[in-house]
Ligand binder design. Sequence first.
Ligand SMILES: Nc1ncnc2c1ncn2[C@@H]1O[C@H](COP(=O)(O)OP(=O)(O)O)[C@@H](O)[C@H]1O
Ligand SMILES: [Mg+2]
Length: 560
Amino acid sequence: MAIDILPFAFGLSLFSFFSSVAGIFLAVRRGRDGATAEDRRIAALRRQHEKAEARRLKTIKRVAKELRPKIIQALARYGFSYIYERQGAMTRMSTPVIRTILYTKDAIYFRIDRLPFRTTFTDLLKPEVEQNLSLAIGRECQFQHDVDIGVWLQVGLRSGVSAIPRFFPYTSKENPQNALELLPATKNWAVPIGMTTNRRFVYEDVRDFPHLLVAGATGGGKSVFMNQMLATMISRNTPKQLELILIDLKGGLEFWPYHNLPHLRRPVVIDAEEIPEVLGDIKKEKERRFALLRRAGVKDIRGWNHTKAAKLPYIFVFFDEIASLMLNPKLKRVVDGLINDLAAQGRALGLHLILCTQIPNRDVLSTIIRGNIPSRVCFNTDETGSMIVLGNHSAAQIPPHGRMIYRRASYQVECQAPFISEAEIDAAVNGQNLPQNAEKREVTINDLFTASLYGFAGKFTVRALYSAFEGDASETFIRRAAKEYEYSFEQQGPVIEIDGSRFVLGRVPMRGGRGRFLVPLADGEPLPTTQEEMEALAAPAVAAAENADDVLESVAWEEE
Ligand SMILES: Nc1ncnc2c1ncn2[C@@H]1O[C@H](COP(=O)(O)OP(=O)(O)O)[C@@H](O)[C@H]1O
Ligand SMILES: [Mg+2]
């Protein structure tokens, strides 16, 4: 510290010496008050600025003062309170404690010092709390937290939080806030979920559900939701990438627009008699894929598709209304059996279920279904239904026509689902709203890394990748990617993200030489700063790759 200040202090004293000399010199040329017109102008501006700043600060202070009780009250309303009772009489309610408030020009920060008895910070940091708070106080709220600094609520100073819209178009010429426009064009498995507060658009990779349950009373918007998913998926994926099985036991009208679609694995299923056969087919496909992947030694369908010429399509089964199946004891057993089978392996094998029901009771949504289908979309329903589908009452309080709660694992968000019209469905079926031609998609750097991770257990070799992509990616392109992404200790980067995990492309020793390898990084770990650290990080993954199945044997390991 002192070392830093010394030359600075020296400079300062030099400066003050010269400036006093200059001051004497200039004073001769100044008026009697000792200031030039320019000085006066600057001083006036400065005063003005300081006044404005002081006013602004006063406003921020006032806003902060007003907000504090509002925040505490809102939090108490959302369950962050505890009532101490003494002999039946309420004696005291404890609420969250906020002692420290900081502000910048853009935001006010409230430090949450303490929470009431029996409430936890884990609950506080759930996204829906942020959302509810934002709506309650009319400003954008966000929690910032860190072990060192504690938990802070950041409140944006721009006032006004826009509520969830009552209508959200699937496509629109006038409104850029439409689902297709907002959906990233490069992600061909992304589907819109809906729009939530602050015009935040929610979307999801359909393969990540991996199975989805859509529930809600009639008129809620289930069919519209399934249709917009289907329309999006067929627009972005060719029949070689996506196969569909559509089941509608209420006459097939629901899926009529798709009856000629080349993506269909079989004609739309409308007869309950066919169900055992359909499910048998899915089960057989599951077993075939499992054996195939195991023989090839790849982890999942992504790995297979990145390395093999004969690609496997993803299969999505859309069930409109499962109630009639689940209330038939014989069929129920078959359905439950299939769901049980697919729960664990469906994701890896590319087999996904989208189930829909308007009767969310315990008979229809068996324990098997509820236990194995983690993602839920719940449109307006009664309290019992909401309880069964979401585990809380939130879907009982929402309006009909497209408003819903989307839940994945423990994350829950209220959205307005996109509305798709018949004409828009037809456009999708006729291939008119293709954002890109999925089959002509170029290989990206991200594809290379994904292929090396899933197909070659993390090895990144130019030769292997070149043959894996069968010429779709040029050798120069792969070499350049390797050079560009190779980890450098000076810059500590770049870090590569694949499916939510972080890696660096390091050079590590491997059987018979050194080679590039995707070194996995643990969450929150510092990046390696020496080659030794890198190798230590890589060791378990390299060992696993070396022990992996025959695919890796056949790939020559590049020498330096
Ligand atoms: N996302 C939405 N936005 C606006 N209106 C919707 C939306 N979804 C559905 N609706 C309206 O609600 C009606 C019923 O929707 P539908 O999907 O057939 O319900 P369900 O299949 O749940 O019975 C639709 O005809 C439409 O008018
Ligand atoms: Mg319907």
